[in-house]
Ligand binder design. Sequence first.
Ligand SMILES: [Zn+2]
Length: 274
Amino acid sequence: MRVTFCGTGAGAVVNPARGAASLHLAHGDAQLLLDTGPGFMERMARARLDPDAVSDVVFSHLHFDHAMGVVELFSRLIARRGAPVTVYGPRDTDTYISAALDFARVNATSERMLEWLDGVSVELTRPGDERELGGMAVRSVEVPHAPALECLARRFDAGGRSLVYSGDTVYAPDALVALADGADVLVHEAYTDAALERMAQRLPEGRREGLFRGMRAVHCGAVDAGSIAAAAGVKTLVLTHLIADEREDELLAAARSTFDGSIVVASDGLAFEV
Ligand SMILES: [Zn+2]
């Protein structure tokens, strides 16, 4: 398996240094996109990855910074002659993709393009789902993130190697330690309190506490991401989904306080074999 980070940023503020969430996972002929945050196709192009070769899209959840780029993917791919794309995702992915296909149809100028869009299929992968995808064994577990929105962490196993992607989650050892048990790579979302402090300084005083409260309610600190990695016994922890105020040294120090394995702070374009 080869993973390429096509977006390692987070949040509603556009960050020129980090695109919204997207990972490209290649194995054999399969080329999966794990989330399609807006702008991911530019990052794909910089990494010299061919969008026409994408076989499947796998959503962790449907927040716009993980999913909205799929409209661009469909709109660009209608000119292709390749096999249709299958989209896997949590509850409501069918509704989301139906709308995305309607947007893309506006740009279709031929019957063939419309047929390509009609060929896009959706498979819901609910919590506990286990399936084979592109020669990889894929397991999905629910992680607690936003209210009323299902979010799934995924584990991919192939050829004795394994990668786990947390999606967006609060500190969730019950779900993630078992899923990531002995994995080669755990890609986990993370933030540091130091970055939140910097962010808070730019807010009116009355809104600062809400920033901390809001982040802690739906996301996971780097110290806790390290704890998950340590409890699961993973070899490498990759920290991603990073707000603009993060500093690499602080992220590493926070995760290092709880995990003594290999730690990498993801950046757009980072690519390696798992
Ligand atoms: Zn989210």
